[in-house]
Structures are given as C-alpha cells and as structure tokens.
Design a binder for this molecule. Structure first.
Ligand code: S3P
Length: 185
C-alpha cells in the first residue's frame, strides 16, 4: 500500500514515530493536523474555537480526502510511499474511517493512560479537547475508552508503545509490516 497511516490517542507519538518510520522505510512523512492548518490558514486550536469540533472534523475530512486524491505523474511530485500521522480523532468520522481502511495500511499506536498522561502533562496547550480539563488523567481515560473501539476498527495492526522511544516503535512497525506481509517497501 502506498500509504501507511498512524492512528492513536493524542500523545501516543503519531508524529514522532511517523517521522522515524518514514526515515526507516525511505518514505515521505505527512501530518494531517499540519495539512489542515495549512489548508485553513489557521491553527487547529483556532479552528476549534471558531468552528467547533464539528467544523474541525469537516476540515479534517476534507484534508484527508485531498491527501488521498490520486497523484498525477512524477514531475514535481514524490513517487515515494507515504507515512501519514492522523489526528487522534480522525477515525471518529465514519467516512474518514472508511477512507483510512480503504486507502492505507493503518497502525494503531496503543498507549496506556499512564503513558499518555505522562506525555500530555504540560503539553495540552495546542489540544483543545484537553486544554480545559480539570482532571487530565480522568479526561484521558474517558476519551480513550470512548475511542478505543474506533482505533481498533481502523487498524490493520496494533503496536503497544509503553516504555518505547519513537525509533523503537518505528522499528517494531517495520518488523510487523514485514512479518505480517501487510506492506513491503
Ligand atoms: C484531536 C487530536 C489532535 C487534533 C485535534 C483533535 C483529537 O491531534 O487533531 O486537537 O480529537 O484527538 P493529535 O492526536 O496529533 O494531538
């Protein structure tokens, strides 16, 4: 498959693992949140503040569809395979979930609430769904349990990331993809 997508909760390391994985597999790396912000000319936080979560999900789906559009020729375009870090909630829209399943090999970066709490403490400023939480740990647990099923539904394979560095997780994904014959670069 041309695209390897990474799903998982906020703070699970989709972007940092995605960058490592792209290097390891000689692919190009893309981050869906960055693409949304670029297309909209606004930060994710601003889109949430101005358009609400529903508006953000609309922009997210539009950016995903744009990314998945068939690529023309090679001139000016990389012919390399791609690694895409999804947003933590991209899989919540059924249409997005369907597109991810259809057009990518999707890996779920599964992290425990402890790991997520550790990664997210002090780093919620750019994450509107967590910024206002009085009890961050509880908020993570609630959102994660509401989403777990969707992450698993999206994923072709799952990697437990607790205690691992992004490079180690990327190595595990590479081995998994080869072992399962899910995708060969
Ligand atoms: C979201 C996750 C964020 C971003 C937005 C919503 C979510 O991406 O898309 O704040 O609903 O989980 P990261 O998972 O990259 O933080």
């Amino acid at each position: 498959m041309d695209i390897i997508s990474l799903t998982g909760f906020m703070g699970s390391g989709k972007t940092s693992v995605g960058k490592e994985l792209a290097i390891l597999l000689d692919r190009d790396f893309f981050d869906l949140d960055d693409m949304i912000a670029e297309r909209e000319g606004r930060t994710v936080s601003r889109i949430f503040a101005e358009d609400g979560e529903k508006g953000f999900r609309d922009s997210e789906l539009a950016a995903l569809k744009h990314f998945l559009k068939p690529r023309r020729g090679t001139s000016g375009h990389s012919a390399k395979g791609r690694v895409l870090a999804l947003g933590g909630g991209t899989i919540l829209r059924p249409e997005a979930l369907e597109l991810i399943r259809k057009y990518s090999t999707c890996i779920y970066l599964q992290a425990s609430p402890d790991t997520l709490f550790g990664n997210l403490s002090g780093d919620c400023g750019s994450r509107p769904l967590l910024g206002g939480a009085k009890d961050l740990r509880k908020r993570i647990e609630e959102l994660l349990s509401a989403r777990e099923e969707a992450y698993l539904a999206a994923a072709d394979a799952c990697v437990i990331t607790d205690g691992l560095s992004p490079a180690q997780v990327a190595g595990k994904i590479k081995a998994l993809l080869q072992g399962k014959n899910l995708q060969v670069t």
